[in-house]
Design a protein around this ligand. Structure first.
Ligand code: KE4
Length: 411
């Protein structure tokens, strides 16, 4: 496997050193193949909000696997999962289950282009929406520009149909719409960014995107692959009360197995084959095991007080880390929302990719390696979100704060 990994970020390229090989996980902990135990704040990049091997999820998958692993036909369980998601996120009046966040985004973009008859897509610098060609683009020169290929193998004419603006730069978005108004099929945005580290939407930013899309006829796509069921049972759109035209989901809705989803109004979704002309398909879409794990996870998250508990634990952790940073006289900024956060070693606020890139990533690497050596596993990149799960105990949080203090002191 290239670099010995099945996804690039797992190769520890950003932090150096040899990646850890994981043997098993339970609750808030991972164990590597040498038997070392780690307190886990990566949470498999988001899905493991309940903690690893939650009994309800394990039981559901064990029951499902006895009935077979894939039928290539519809099942009641996937209808139930679709209904559960629709009930939680009312803007998803109709939805399709797929097998990854990338597939959800790729399908949503094709649908937006098919529904509007337009070609251009606007995304934001620093937001990651999976590895579909049109999303692997980077900003050209200038503030609001056509994308250029961000990966070998993405043809220039594909990248050139993606426009890029800085996150939270509403003026740049307005400029883009003024120039290309009736050619923009969709704006896709992480309503809270998690892939440049955690970055919040500036007040009025998402509402402004909604208004611009309404007046231009472009669709607004919320990529809630991270935030969906992470920040609230109804996603971030339930917190901010901005209704996107399409939403993409992944991670948590599969309970750690491969599930993605995209959905929106019936009027838009009825364009999807076989009802309409926009083709999308998948051998393992709605896979019985993945759906069983997802349903079991969402049932746990539907319980009262879950999100308050997650937020309380995370705030306790953040204040401890903040205190440790002050004591070590290391400038740091922490962006936290709900149970996701990022520690930026920066001396000014981080509100977009350029400001995130000003953070000291050498210090981050020393922090990552120091924490790993003391049994705490963080995401191996300064541009990722850390996740607290329901399985993290108060003792785990206190242990983490104590460890951060020692590690920051040693940097
Ligand atoms: P997947 O294809 O990896 O399931 O989902 C793509 C995706 C789409 N949208 C958002 C907002 C995402 O964060 C992701 C994937 N997230 C990254 C890490 N932040 C996955 C980790 C990896 O690539 O290994």
């Amino acid at each position: 496997m290239p670099a010995g990994v099945n996804s690039p970020v797992r190769a520890f390229g950003a932090v150096g050193g040899e990646p850890v090989l994981i043997a098993r996980a339970k609750g808030a902990h991972l164990w590597d193949v040498d038997g070392n135990r780690y307190l886990d704040y990566m949470g498999s990049w988001g899905p493991m909000i309940l903690g690893h091997a939650h009994p309800a999820v394990v039981k559901a998958v064990k029951t499902a696997v006895e009935r077979g692993t894939s039928y290539g036909a519809s099942t009641e369980a996937e209808i139930e999962l679709a209904g559960t998601i629709r009930k939680a996120i009312p803007s998803m009046e109709m939805l399709r289950l797929v097998s990854s966040g990338t597939e959800a985004v790729m399908s949503a973009l094709r649908l937006a282009r098919g529904y509007t008859g337009r070609d251009l897509i606007l995304k934001f610098n620093g937001c990651y929406h999976g590895h579909a060609d049109s999303m692997l683009v980077k900003a050209g020169s200038g503030a609001a520009t056509f994308g250029i290929s961000g990966s070998a193998g993405v043809p220039a004419d594909v990248a050139g149909k993606t426009l890029i603006a800085e996150y939270n730069d509403f003026d740049a978005v307005r400029t883009i719409f003024a120039r290309h108004d009736d050619k923009i099929a969709a704006v896709i945005v992480e309503p809270v960014a998690g892939n440049m580290g955690v970055v919040f939407p500036a007040s009025g930013f998402l509402e402004g995107l909604r208004k611009l899309c309404d007046s231009s006829g472009a669709l607004l796509i919320f990529d809630e692959v991270i935030t969906g069921f992470r920040l609230r049972y109804g996603g971030y759109q339930d917190i901010i009360s901005v209704r996107p035209d399409l939403t993409t989901l992944g991670k948590i809705i599969g309970g750690g197995l491969p599930v993605g989803a995209y959905g929106g109004s019936k009027e838009i979704m009825q364009q999807v084959a076989p009802l309409g002309p926009v083709y999308q398909a998948g051998t393992l879409s709605g896979n019985p095991l993945a759906v069983a794990a997802g349903l079991a996870a969402l049932r746990q998250l539907a319980k009262k007080g879950v999100y308050e508990k997650l937020e309380k634990k995370t705030r306790r952790l953040i204040s401890g880390i903040r205190g440790a940073g002050l004591k070590a006289e290391l400038p740091l900024r922490i962006n936290q929302v709900g149970s996701m956060f990022t520690v930026f070693f920066a001396d000014s606020e981080v509100m977009d990719f350029p400001s995130a890139a000003r953070a000291d990533m050498d210090v981050f690497s020393a922090y990552f390696q120091g924490m790993l050596a003391k049994g705490i596993y963080l995401p191996p990149s300064g541009y990722e979100a850390n996740f607290v799960s329901l399985a993290h105990s108060e003792a785990d949080i206190d242990k983490t704060v104590g460890t951060v203090a020692k590690v920051l002191d040693s940097i």
